[in-house]
Each structure stands twice: as structure tokens, then as C-alpha cells.
Ligand binder design. Structure first.
Ligand code: MSP
Length: 507
């Protein structure tokens, strides 16, 4: 089965911040988990590089738009690398193959009669690159997202007959109740469609930094249309000579936050219908990362740079914290305090100490060789099986936080096991040999399952866990999480603390 997952393509006029990192990490966690299941995964991310704000930003900096987007594309690529993102391609909307394919799609929509010429006047937010109707603005005529004044813009341009898609869109929502998740966002999108859709101005006469309308080169294609099509165009050229469309289309999951719900849940499906392409299976709208009650955003100046956290606590700590603290699908607040707390109590204590204790006890009591499982721990074996199922089911619902909690339940269970069985007491009397063997075998086996279950979130640490208990670090397929699927006679290999104490408080 193929699994095609996308993030939004990020604006090429800003620096990456923790909000972007959040979407990329979530997509990466999902992609890694699906690979663990043996699915044919393709994970796409990239940058959105056309449009007026980019041209304006370049002018301000005294460079060309191309220079600006080259620079920011590199920054976003670098963000992905630093986050350990395993994306299979990085699309840039200035890629010539993308531009050609967008022109081809627009021409097809034109031929089908879904595009016509008209005059448009409307309230335009240059930051959103979107028109608003009066009722969407506040009393001061400010954009609802950026809370900045909008401008009245009037021009002749090409229109997409979005209004004509109302019934087809509603029928699609009815036939695919899981199309937009969480449900509340699906309801919100459905209401936008029900309330009536205005045709969408699809080209711009004044914007030069864009893809020319093929039959009217004085106009450029509205950047949002150009951007949305990236999810399709990437498959045309990401692997030259390979038909990725046949293998992967339509997308399985498209991730984003609610700021771009309307574009993805209303306009994007209509564009696909018009171009004669299949619609994505699922759009998942995750929440905002907030700081001080406000969402992180360049426009409000409220941004958090993820990289100092990676330097201080390590990459896995950041991935873990975001997945755990911000319930996937809901807004959540990033704070230095909760970060430090979760790092110390969950990563360093729950998992890090469990590993170091287990390794130490196997060394001390069994000369470093993990005893064979004498088979007395049926209950724990059943618990592992149950947790593997729970993780799988949570991922099916895209409950990334729930899956991590389900996996962490096993960490807690193993810590309880240590406290209940007290291997150091058992070791005092050879009559307890079998019990001690069983306890050590169960701890190692439980840790092996934990490592596999948490690998999508904290891959580097999970691989260290496997190495420390003498298991191949690349044996992370989900079926290997089954009790007893490990390599026998494993020899532990002590490692430095997985999550060393961090002295300096984060700023
Ligand atoms: N370029 C458009 C998207 C085009 S997709 C065809 C765009 N770019 S953006 O750089 O503004 O990225 C917006 C997306 O970044 C959000 O939808 C979300 O995925 C992510 N986030 C940006 N800030 C965020 C938070 N504070 N919290 C969570 N996600 C955030 O819109």
C-alpha cells in the first residue's frame, strides 16, 4: 500500500520557526511509522516561492526574488535536516518542472470551461495573499489572521468558477465523512461551502513574480493556485523516469494548521475536480503551537527558534516534547518549564534510567548476556501486544499524541516491574535464579518493544536503546515489536546516559 503524506509548502520569504518545524515533524513521525509498517511511503515538503510579498521582501533587501527564495529554500531544507525529517523530496515552486505542470493544469481547467475573464474588486491582505469579504474583516477592516489593514484592489483578471463546484463539494463531503479531520474542522469547511462560494480570481495583472497564464502571459497565476498544485506537480519530476502518480496519487494525508483550511478543504478539492484529478483521502488540521497565548507567527513577531532547544536538549527531546505536550489536533502551549520537566521526568528518568538500570543489572548479574526468556511473563507479553495494537490504532486516527502515550505506558509498566520484582533482592539468593532471569529477560524484551514503538518520535535514542541491549539498531519494523522477536543471546553494550542532565535553563 502506498502512503503519500505532505506538509504545507512554507513561504519563501521568512525564516523557519517552531510552527513550521511542528508540521514537518508531525509528517515525519507519521511517515516513519508507516514505513515501520512496510508501507510504500512518500513524504513531501518544500517552499512556496512566488507572489507579491516575496517580490517586495526581495526589493527591500536589495536582492532579486530568486536570490531571496534560494536563500530561504536552503534555510527550510536545513530545518528539515536538523529535525531529522525523512522527506523523500523537497519541492520549490520555482522549479521549472513545477511551473510547466501548473501551466498545463490551468490550461486544462480553461479548456473545460472553468476559467473565464472578469473584473475583480475586493479587500486583499498582502500577507495572506488572499481576498476577504467585508464580513470576514473586523471593524478596523483588518485581516482576521494578521490583524493588519487590507487594501481594496480592482483589476481585470481570470476567474475560476468555484461557485459551480458547490454541490459537487458537498456531495464529496457527504460521501467521505473522514475527508477533513478533526471533525470540527470538517464541519467548519462544510459550512463555508454551504454558505455559498464566490468565484475565485485566479490571476494577477500586477504581480510579475509568478507563473504566467499560458494563454495570457501579461497575467501571472495567483500564487495560491500555483502553490496548491505542488502536491501534484512534485510527483511529475521527483523521480525522473518513474511514474509516481500511478504509485502514489492521491495523497493519503495532507497536514496543515487551520490558517489554511479554506484553501485546502474548499479550493483545493475544487481545483482537482476541475483538473480531473482524484481528491486527497484525508486532510488533517493540527493545532497551533502557542506561546504566551498567541500562535507563533512571523507577522505577530511571536516566534520561537527550534534550534537552540535542539542544541541544548538534543533533537529527540524536541520531537518528543512537541508530540507529547501539544495534543495533536488541538492548540497547545510551548513553555520552557514544561519542556524541562518532561525532559527530566519522562525522557531522562522514565526511559533513560530504565535503560541504564537494565543494562547495569544484566552486566552485574548475568555477565552482560541477556538471559533467554523462560516464558513466565505471559501478562507482560500480552501487554506489549496490546500496546502495539493501540499504537497502530492511534496512528490510524492520526492521534500522534495518543500513540506516544500508549507506547509510554509500556515504559511505565517496565519501571513498575523493576520496583515490584526488585532484581537486586532476587540476586541475593540463587534459588531465585529463574525469577531473576525472567525479570531481566522481560526488561530487555520490553525495552526492545518500547524502542520500536517510540522510534518514529525519537529515532536516534530508540536506536541507541536497541544497541545498548544488543539488538540491531535497524530492526525497527513494527512486526518486530512482537514479544520474542529479538535476537537471542544478546550482549548488552553500556552507553552514556540517553538524556543527560541539562544544567542551564532554556531561554
Ligand atoms: N505557503 C502557504 C502554504 C501553501 S500550501 C499549498 C503557507 N505558508 S506558511 O509558511 O505560512 O506555513 C503555514 C503552515 O505552517 C501552517 O498551516 C502550519 O502547517 C505551519 N505553522 C505555522 N505556524 C504554526 C504554528 N504556530 N503552529 C502550528 N503550525 C504552524 O501558509
Amino acid at each position: 500500500m502506498s502512503f503519500y503524506v505532505t506538509t504545507p509548502i512554507y513561504y519563501g520569504n521568512g525564516d523557519p520557526h517552531l510552527g513550521h518545524a511542528y508540521s514537518t515533524m508531525a509528517a515525519d513521525i507519521l511517515a516513519r511509522h508507516m514505513r515501520q509498517r512496510g508501507e510504500d511511503v512518500f513524504f513531501l515538503t518544500g517552499t512556496d516561492e512566488h507572489g507579491e510579498p516575496i517580490a517586495q521582501a526581495a526589493e527591500k533587501q536589495g536582492i532579486t526574488p530568486q536570490q531571496l527564495v534560494d536563500r530561504s529554500a536552503e534555510r527550510f531544507r536545513d530545518m528539515g535536516r536538523k529535525l531529522g525529517a525523512t522527506n523523500d523530496f523537497f519541492i520549490r515552486t520555482t522549479d521549472p518542472q513545477h511551473e510547466d505542470e501548473v501551466q498545463r493544469l490551468i490550461a486544462r481547467m480553461h479548456e473545460r470551461g472553468d476559467i473565464y475573464k472578469g473584473t475583480y474588486g475586493g479587500w486583499y491582505c498582502t500577507s495572506c495573499e488572499a481576498f476577504y469579504v467585508e464580513s470576514e474583516l473586523d471593524e478596523g477592516r483588518n485581516c482576521p489572521i494578521h490583524r493588519r489593514p487590507v487594501e481594496w484592489i480592482e483589476e481585470d483578471n481570470w476567474f475560476f468558477r468555484l461557485s459551480a463546484f458547490r454541490d459537487r463539494l458537498l456531495a464529496h463531503y457527504d460521501a467521505h465523512p473522514g475527508f477533513v479531520r478533526p471533525q470540527a474542522r470538517g464541519n467548519e469547511a462544510r459550512r463555508m461551502i454551504e454558505l455559498g462560494l464566490e468565484d475565485l480570481s485566479l490571476s494577477r495583472a500586477q504581480v510579475e513574480w509568478g507563473v504566467p497564464v499560458p494563454w495570457d502571459p501579461d497575467q501571472t497565476i495567483y500564487v495560491w493556485i500555483d502553490a496548491l498544485f505542488n502536491y501534484w506537480t512534485a510527483l511529475q519530476y521527483a523521480r525522473p523516469g518513474e511514474d509516481l502518480v500511478a504509485r502514489l496519487w492521491p495523497p493519503s494525508v495532507q497536514l496543515m494548521a487551520k490558517d489554511i483550511l479554506k484553501f485546502h478543504a474548499v479550493i483545493w478539492p475544487a481545483l482537482l475536480m476541475s483538473a480531473g484529478l482524484e481528491l486527497p483521502e484525508r486532510l488533517f488540521i493540527h493545532g497551533y503551537v502557542l506561546k504566551g497565548g498567541e500562535r507563533l507567527s512571523k507577522t505577530t513577531g511571536n516566534v520561537v527558534d527550534p534550534f537552540p532547544y535542539i542544541e541544548r536538549y538534543g533533537l529527540d527531546a524536541l520531537r518528543y516534547y512537541l508530540a507529547r505536550e501539544i495534543r495533536f489536533g488541538e492548540d497547545g502551549t510551548f513553555t520552557d518549564e514544561t519542556f524541562a520537566q518532561r525532559y527530566a521526568s519522562e525522557l531522562a528518568n522514565d526511559l533513560g534510567n530504565l535503560l541504564s538500570r537494565t543494562v547495569r543489572m544484566v552486566e552485574r548479574y548475568r555477565d552482560g548476556v541477556v538471559p533467554a526468556d523462560p516464558g513466565d511473563d505471559a501478562e507482560l507479553a500480552a501487554e506489549v501486544a496490546g500496546r502495539v495494537d493501540a499504537v497502530r490504532e492511534a496512528f490510524d486516527r492520526l492521534d500522534l499524541t495518543g500513540a506516544l502515550e500508549a507506547a509510554w505506558g509500556l515504559v511505565r509498566r517496565l519501571n513498575q516491574l523493576v520496583e515490584q520484582r526488585k532484581p537486586w533482592e532476587l540476586a541475593k539468593d540463587p534459588a531465585n535464579d529463574r525469577g531473576l532471569d525472567q525479570t531481566l529477560a522481560s526488561l530487555a524484551e520490553g525495552l526492545r518493544a518500547v524502542a520500536i514503538l517510540v522510534w518514529p518520535y525519537i529515532p536516534g535514542s530508540a536506536e541507541k536503546v536497541l544497541g545498548a541491549i544488543g539488538q540491531p539498531p535497524d530492526g525497527v519494523g513494527l512486526d518486530r515489536a512482537a514479544w520474542g522477536a529479538g535476537v537471542p543471546d544478546a550482549r548488552v553494550a553500556p552507553v552514556p546516559p540517553l538524556f543527560p542532565r541539562v544544567e542551564v535553563a532554556a531561554t
